[in-house]
Ligand binder design. Sequence first.
Ligand code: GYE
Length: 310
Amino acid sequence: IVAGLGLCLVCHSSFATTVGFAQVGSESGWRTSFSESVKAEAKKRGIELKFSDAQQKQENQIKAVRSFIAQGVDAIIIAPVVETGWTPVLKEAKRARIPVVIVDRNVQVQDESLFVTRIASDFVEEGRKAATWLMSQPQAQKQCNIIELQGTVGATAAIDRAKGFNEVLAKHPQAKIVRSQTAEFTRAKGKEVMESLLKAEQGGKAICALWAHNDEMALGAIQAIKEAGLKPGKDLLVVSVDAVPDYFKAMADGEANATVELSPHLGGPAFDVIEGYLKGKKDTEKLIRTTGDLFLQDTAAAEYEKRRLN
Ligand code: GYE
């Protein structure tokens, strides 16, 4: 009761702050950790969380946001599937005076007052880091044919990672992406698409590297590479983004080479912004950046031990 009264002084109208969270889905290990981080953080702070999994479909997200508005939540967190198409529903939230925080991928809107802030990593920089590492490898000094597995079409993480990677590649004429296709950020698609791209490349003997927009697709592709009779991590270098525990295991086993870390701990910063806003802080920066380092095989076993139970 005492805790409840404390909260009531902050939010005026009800006991606990209620936040709706429109999540992309559960397509990757990274995404699942991110969902868990938000749920755990809400619990810790006594925030009532309404969680919606959109199964990678923007229309489901828009429906979820409309339902949060109808329920009169105090704030909404959106982790958008794709960048475009958000203006109408964000306007509806604004009209209802419900603050919206964008987390992870971006939204393209003309009017920046439609959301409080966006909390995200620099995906272009992640692509640059991945390519810079790859281009520093001995195998990449001669002709280096690359297969790219792209993330979800229209998602910032796919658009920007490709951009950063290609920017670095442009300075290395001996390297080029010979095949590129989306595998929607999932392990199953990563395997399926890699199988067909390796076939199209005569089994993959002339391929120098796989560049995947996330670890999950890379993990699926590693299976396909093995089934094609090649050694991932050796015959074909494997580089991606996220740094999920399973990928550290693959690096420790020598089957993957590098990944750029993406922090899934976005719940804390998102609720900090929301709680601040509800207490009257209205001047938050429009972009809050998280950062991540490149990880390689040398520390993979130790990192795996540290992270596997988290
Ligand atoms: O890398 C991937 C997830 O949007 C940055 O989405 C995120 C990406 C992440 O499914 O694993």
